[in-house]
Design a protein around this ligand. Structure first.
Ligand SMILES: C[S@@+](CC[C@H](N)C(=O)[O-])C[C@H]1O[C@@H](n2cnc3c(N)ncnc32)[C@H](O)[C@@H]1O
Length: 251
């Protein structure tokens, strides 16, 4: 994959030209990437992109690398607005823009608003939207504080930082190279989710839905937070590994 990236040739070409000499500059670039990979740098950061919902998203160290399990959030979000024309959708903590942009592309009649606290992340998201031809309204700031005062949504989605600050996974694998603020809330892992759930009533239309991605062991806690705030039909969906990953309901 690294050689495909350096030479900008598909795998089949590499196999057919396996005795060709490589230009020294390309060879040096390849060896540098191999060294970085050996040090653990994620593949998506080395090649600069990751596929998500069949779209190619630019990835830099400023954003979370879009995860396959987050496609479940997009799928349930799409289902929740199936019967709503011109839905207003809010994506809180958009990162690369993977969720917001996928929703905007798959529901071209939607008004999609996306926020992030991180200015560099928003810049990556904007580049992705432009490259993929998605129309999004961007706002910078902390959760709902980023939004202008008016406007309510049919759907709020978020994949917030949900890893507890002391979790050893933060110092393992790809996570070492991703922005800390994208991964952990710096607390018990549920603080961002609590804020998002508690603030939802002021930003959802009647009957609007909130769907959240969360940690492998947080479904019960998120279920309770939603029920305590008066959400109905609260349920969790499992990812391909059979882990309850996404929980939501309607107000
Ligand atoms: C787990 S990442 C999700 C990124 C993207 N939505 C995805 O699913 O790939 C969480 C995102 O929340 C953002 N974030 C962290 N704290 C925030 C806050 N207080 N307000 C808004 N966004 C925040 C991070 O910058 C990061 O982009």
């Amino acid at each position: 994959m690294l050689l495909e990236h350096v030479l900008q040739k598909p795998r089949a070409w590499l196999l057919a030209h396996d005795t060709d000499e490589i230009d020294p500059q390309a060879a040096a670039q390849f060896l540098t990437l191999c060294a970085e990979r050996r040090q653990g740098k994620p593949m998506a950061q080395l090649i600069g992109y990751r596929e998500f919902m069949q779209y190619r998203f630019l990835v830099t160290p400023d954003v979370l690398i879009p995860r396959p399990e987050t496609e479940l959030l997009v799928e349930v979000a799409l289902k929740s607005i199936e019967q709503t024309s011109n839905p207003a959708i809010l994506d809180l903590g958009t990162g690369s823009g993977a969720v917001a942009i996928s929703l905007a592309l798959l529901r071209p009649d939607a008004l999609v608003v996306a926020t992030d606290l991180s200015i560099p992340a928003l810049s990556v998201a904007q580049q992705n939207a432009q490259a993929l031809g998605a129309r999004i309204q961007w706002w910078q700031g902390s959760w709902y504080e980023a939004l202008p005062p008016e406007g309510r949504f049919d759907l709020i989605v978020s994949n917030p930082p949900y890893i507890a600050s002391g979790d050893p996974h933060l110092s393992q694998g790809d996570l070492r190279f991703e922005p800390r603020a994208a991964l952990t809330d710096g607390a018990d892992g549920l603080s961002a989710i609590r804020l998002i759930v508690r603030g939802a009533r002021a930003h959802l239309k009647a009957g609007g839905q909130l769907w959240l991605e969360h940690g492998y062991d947080q479904a019960e806690a998120v279920h309770k937070l939603l029920s305590d705030q008066g959400f109905s039909g609260v349920r969790s969906l499992q990812d391909l590994a059979g882990i309850a990953r996404v929980t939501g309901g309607a107000l």
